[in-house]
Every structure is written in C-alpha cells, then in structure tokens.
Design a protein around this ligand. Sequence first.
Ligand SMILES: Cc1cc2nc3c(=O)[nH]c(=O)nc-3n(C[C@H](O)[C@H](O)[C@H](O)COP(=O)(O)OP(=O)(O)OC[C@H]3O[C@@H](n4cnc5c(N)ncnc54)[C@H](O)[C@@H]3O)c2cc1C
Length: 414
Amino acid sequence: MDDVIVIGAGPAGMVAAVAAGEANKRVRILERMQQPGRKLLLSGGSRCNITNNLNAREFVQACGPAAKFLHNAVGRFDPRATMDFFAKLGVRIRVDADGRCYPAQGGAKQVLDALQIRLHALHIPIKTGVRVVKIEQQDAAGRPKGKFWPFKVIAEDGSTFECANVIIATGGMSYPVTGSSGDGYALARDFGHKITPTRPGEVGLTVADSRIRALSGLSVDDVLVTAVQGQKIAKIQGPILFTHFGISGPAVLDISRLVAQWQGASKFDLLLDLQPNYSANDLDLKLAEMLNVRGLLATVIAELLPERLAQLIAQSSGQAKKPPARLSAADRRKIVDLIKRFPVSISGNRGFAEAIVTVGGVDLEQINPKTMESKLVPGIYFCGEVLDLDGPRGGFNLQIAWSTGWAAGTGSAS
Ligand SMILES: Cc1cc2nc3c(=O)[nH]c(=O)nc-3n(C[C@H](O)[C@H](O)[C@H](O)COP(=O)(O)OP(=O)(O)OC[C@H]3O[C@@H](n4cnc5c(N)ncnc54)[C@H](O)[C@@H]3O)c2cc1C
C-alpha cells in the first residue's frame, strides 16, 4: 500500500509528490493522459511563465478574493522558493523587467523534464493512462475512523490502488484537451465537498456586433478596459486585440477573469478608453486644434487611433461626412466620449476549450489552508486549479500550483 497517491501529473500534483517523497513517503502518481504535464508544456506559449517576482504578501494581494486562503501556503513556498526549488533541479530562472519569471533556457520542456527526473530519483512512479473515477474509504472494522482507514482509488478500467492519503490534483476544466475536464469536482462531491460555480477565465470575449468583428486583426497597445454589469465594475489597462469572434489580448483576458467572478455574468458591457493618458478635457482641447483642417473626420481621428478604429468612431459619431472644421463643441464632445468610453457589448466568451484558467472549483471553506487537507475527510487533500483558486496572468496560476502542491505534499506526509 502506498502512503500517498497523487491523482494528476500536472504542476500541482508533481510538486506535491516531490514534497511527500522528500519526506520519505511511498508515493505514486496516477495520470489519465499518456504523458504528464500536458498543460505545463503549453504554458506561456511553451516558454513557461513559471512564477512572478513578488514577495509572498504582494503575490497573494494580487490574487484577489483568494488572498486570505493562499496566505499560508504562499508564505511557506513563495516565488523565491519556486526559483530555488527549480535552481536545485538545474533550471535557472530568468526574471524579466515586468517581474515575470521564465526558465533561462529550454522553456516548459525543461521544467517538465526536471520534475520528472526528480520524481524518478525519489522512486515515484507516474502511471499514465489511468483515469481515476472513484475513491472509496475502505471498510476497516475495528480501526479508528479517519486517517487510519485506507483509501481505495478506482480507475475507469477497473484497476484499484490502495493508499493512506490521496491528493487530488486533477486541475480545473480549462483546456480539457490537456486532460483537465473537471473529474476532480466529481471526486470531491462524493466526499460531500461543495463546488463553487465554475466559469472560463482568461478567455477571449465574443461580440455580436459585426462592426466590431470587422476590426479583426487590429491591436491597440494601451487601453483602459472597464467591464460594467449593473453596479459591478472592473478595470484593467493594457493591450487589446480585435479578433474574428470579438475581442481578446492581455487586458481583455485579465478582465474576463474578474468578470467570471461575478454571478451570471456572461453578458456585460465593456467601455474602452482608447486614450487613457488624456483626460476628457485635454482630449477635447487637442481635438479642437486638430479639427481645424480640411478633409475627413476619420483622417483626423486616425492621428490618434488606428485607421479602421478611427473610421468606426467617425461613423458612430454620426458626423463622418461633415467637414471637421464645421463640427460644433457638442459634436466634438460626442467624439471625445466615443474615444474615452467606446462601448462594446459582450455576448459571451470562447469557453473552457480556450480558457487559460478555471474560475471556481472546490470550495475553500472546507479545506485547511495550511495542509490543503479536506476538513470533511481526513487523508484527502486538494491542490492546484481544482481548488477555487485563480490568479491574474503573469506566472500567478503556476505559482498557486507550486505553493498549494507543496503544502498538500508536506501535509500528507506529516
Ligand atoms: C495555454 C495555457 C497557457 C498557460 N500559461 C501559463 C503560464 O505561462 N503561467 C502560469 O502561471 N499559468 C499558465 N497557465 C495556467 C496553468 O498552466 C494552470 O493553472 C496549471 O497548469 C494548473 O496546474 P494543475 O496541476 O492544478 O492542473 P493541470 O495542469 O490541469 O494538471 C492536471 C492533471 O490531472 C490530470 N487528470 C485530470 N483528471 C484526472 C483523472 N480523473 N485521473 C487521473 N488524472 C487526471 C490531467 O490529465 C492533468 O495532467 C496556462 C494555461 C493554459 C491553458
């Protein structure tokens, strides 16, 4: 019988297994795919944005609602610990000017190889092609209830594995092609765990308006994006990209994650401030000067914005055909308003198939934040994206996997 079975050979599961193995536990990993770490290999466009160069306090603050829960695990295994951990495995980490950290060479493949070499050295097998569908706590008549009842882990093909502790590291529902299709939620529910509603996060947003979709391929470097639904508001500044389905790019991906935390938020409005460095008044003054010319309104606006966007704004203002010099102050304010609050009505998103992260998951109220152990069933642990945890882009989600994986591995070994 194993001391610990880890379900899922993603970043969280592999680090959990290393932590338990280094504490001299007999560990085995069960992985449903034919290879481990499929999502890890895709991370950061295969360059693997492994963490973010923040201290523990700054890191958890950036994670929003999950900060309180993460405080302990990140405090004990913070971004610096991640860099040291991988340095010991031979993966030197490079810190970019924006704080994002990547392997100095080799990218995601080097990270995965290093983890597998360490698991091998600790004699921890990864049994691939094993999809776990059930976990039972065996009848152990006469033995005290709790940790001392062994678990029976049952795979889809009927094979079974016995162990004293189980770590569920099955990921969320995003990019199911990599193996994470939400199995961990069913395993958790079997033990009475609540699952907070799951939604795609860090995902492209769809737009029904064909005038917006016609901007496909256009990127704007610096936009203040505001999402609005009733009283709820979220803001992110950064680049955006118009696509054939609607709108994407870094600022939109980050805002999609914040909006996914709102209940029933598939439809909402974005307001794009396309000139965030000008106040409305300053932009009005600037336009007043610029409009004093012959030619087309769109040509004037194109001095501030990409041409296709300038044309759309000129058309939307209803003044496209008027000579610029004849525009009234009210006409000009309408144009300023369109540039500072360009409305985009969001009809939905590209779904889990394209989402970088899952928002929602195993409810944190029922998990011990120090050890990642279930408060309902001693001996069951959770780590990584299967939990109701997510962070912004920039190495946060992998760091959450490393920190919670380490906590679950050491917790299961104590
Ligand atoms: C395209 C893409 C790029 C990304 N880039 C970055 C990045 O650069 N930086 C960053 O911080 N984050 C990034 N992320 C997010 C990050 O990769 C994930 O948050 C992280 O992989 C989650 O780790 P995990 O171990 O919890 O889950 P996963 O990586 O999803 O691993 C879960 C594992 O469990 C296995 N499994 C599932 N169900 C079962 C079952 N029933 N039985 C056995 N095995 C099972 C799966 O096959 C999988 O191998 C990216 C995500 C995507 C999709």
